[in-house]
Design a binder for this molecule. Structure first.
Ligand code: PEP
Ligand code: MN
Length: 360
């Protein structure tokens, strides 16, 4: 697959004055719920109304979606509000039913993108469709798997495409439900600048009070749109209660978010600059996080040394680390002087940590 403007024509043709907005509940629950939210979103920046009809749940026994009946409710949404509709499909049967009910946008969920068999089945069922198809990143941080899914759809002659970045699962507990690993989305954007890239801050954060900040980062990184779960009574939603925002909150968000539209040279300069700065911010956060992890390990070493009554400073080990890092640094264009200064500072912090432990 080559980068192609064709993939984003559907988006460009909308000529939106703001990023694409997909909003609506995690799940369709009842006809009343689906219609009430849609009416509350009608006069807003929302372009597509989302609702999950078939819900992939990690553990059985949770609400698994209302099924095909929900497609009729989405049709009613379109009739009553004019909003275009979007839902998740995970097999051939879902695709057939969604197309029958004239759903405008179909997305492949993170749990499906991991399976080339499922993606191929969906691609075959959708062959040649003129509906918009979006592919969520796989649950694991694997760019090839994500691109592989896009390629399968592109090869099935589906040209209205896009991807949704919804973060990646990790064993480690973090403040995110799914860690963003922004660098993956940035790499995809660099390789396929014309493939529409949409951020899903709801599934990245898992918490409604973090949705705004992640949305702003996505816009700073020049994402083309946002998919945000929205419910009039989030706390009582049948799925993903903690991460949904009310329609009013969503509207306020779009007043407060700083949008960056490239209109003239000055704006283009500002937009490029803020994009690069956002990339730096992502990396700086990772640096501090990584250094924190390193210190935790250093603390463990301190505890071991205390048990065995071993000296904190072991010169041989330290010289070996430095030698290796100077070589690694050289390959990446870092001067020996910088690597030395940086590692001396890191080493000093390690020693401070270990001494604290040994003297405790
Ligand atoms: C969803 O959008 O409701 C959903 C199930 O998302 P994901 O596939 O990203 O988990
Ligand atoms: Mn959800």
């Amino acid at each position: 697959m080559e980068n192609s403007k064709e993939m984003r024509k559907w988006l460009d043709d909308m000529a939106l004055p703001h990023p694409l907005v997909i909003a609506g509940p995690c799940s369709a629950e009842t006809e009343e719920q689906v219609l009430k939210i849609a009416h509350e979103l009608k006069d807003s920046d929302v372009n597509y109304y989302r609702a999950g009809i078939w819900k992939p749940r990690t553990r059985p026994g949770n609400f698994e979606g209302v099924g095909a009946i929900g497609l009729k409710w989405l049709q009613k949404v379109k009739e009553e509000t004019g909003l275009k509709t979007a839902t998740e499909v995970a097999n051939r049967n879902h695709v057939d039913l969604a197309l029958e009910h004239d759903i405008d946008m179909l997305w492949i969920g993170a749990r499906s993108t991991v399976s080339p068999f499922i993606v191929q089945e969906i691609a075959d069922a959708l062959e040649g469709t003129d509906k918009v198809v979006l592919i969520k990143n796989p649950v694991n941080p694997d760019l090839s798997l994500w691109l592989g899914a896009v390629e399968r759809l592109y090869s099935a002659n589906i040209k209205k495409l896009g991807v949704i970045h919804r973060g990646f699962s990790s064993y480690e507990k973090t403040k995110y439900r799914n860690i963003p690993e922004w660098q993956l989305a940035i790499e995809l954007q660099t390789r396929f600048p014309d493939l529409p890239l949409i951020n899903d801050p709801s599934h990245i954060t898992g918490k409604r009070d973090m949705v705004f900040d992640v949305s702003q980062t996505a816009l700073d990184l020049n994402f083309d749109g946002l998919m945000i779960e929205t419910h009039f009574d989030p706390d009582n939603a049948w799925s993903d209660a903690a991460q949904q925002v009310t329609p009013d909150t969503l509207k306020q968000m779009f007043i407060d978010l700083k949008m960056r539209k490239e209109t003239d040279l000055e704006a283009e300069y500002n937009s490029k600059l803020s994009n690069l700065r956002a990339q730096i911010d992502v990396i700086d956060n990772q640096l501090v996080e990584t250094l924190g992890k390193r210190m935790k390990i250093s603390d463990e070493i301190g505890k071991l040394k205390k048990q065995k009554n071993v000296a904190v400073l072991q010169t041989n080990r330290w010289n070996a680390i430095l030698g290796n890092m100077i070589l690694e640094g050289e390959e990446r264009g870092l001067s020996e002087e910088f690597v030395l200064r940086m590692f001396k500072a890191i080493h000093q912090e390690s020693i401070n940590h270990q001494e604290k432990i040994i003297n405790a």
